[in-house]
Design a protein around this ligand. Sequence first.
Ligand code: 5GP
Length: 190
Amino acid sequence: MELLKQRILKDGKIIGNDILKVDSFLNHQMDVQLFNEMGKEFYRLFAYKKITKILTIESSGIGIACIAAQYFNVPVVFAKKTEARNLDSEAYLSEVYSFTKDKTYIIRVSKNYINSKDTVLIIDDFLANGKAALGLAEIADQAGACLGGVGIAIEKGFQEGGKILREKGINLKSLAIVNSMQDGEISFAE
Ligand code: 5GP
């Protein structure tokens, strides 16, 4: 998606070798007009799947998922990362290793909000090693739901997540795929 790529080139900052900081428009301050365009694009890519629910993970996926959900006209469910005793007995759980925080945590989604009648679209801001997306896919699987696809704003193509998901046959679409971030230069896949 050209608009997102141009914005990454304009405002993205490379941290170390493998972190792209886009918190001026994507995951801290949020450019809602850009999110609107991203939402339309996700709808164009996944509408044919007859999505009934969008699943994301707190916190940075929530804004993008909510704006996209207005085009699909479906609810958003976000996986929680913190423990809640009242939730856990009635929840689907999955383990996720966070590459940016170097820590493993358990994500949880109430059994009330996803079921076997759902076709789920997973949405997140970044795809790096694929752990968050795979954890969410596992939750959809535990619920017996159909996985309609995974929609990502920024995939880092030099990390393994995209390859792992595509090899599993998951219908993955990323709005921008960053192929390299060497010497301060960001380049994209076509
Ligand atoms: P994965 O689970 O695919 O390894 O990583 C995806 C998650 O880590 C996303 O939910 C995102 O919040 C975070 N993440 C991974 N790489 C980056 C990055 O380069 N920049 C930012 N801001 N977040 C990232």
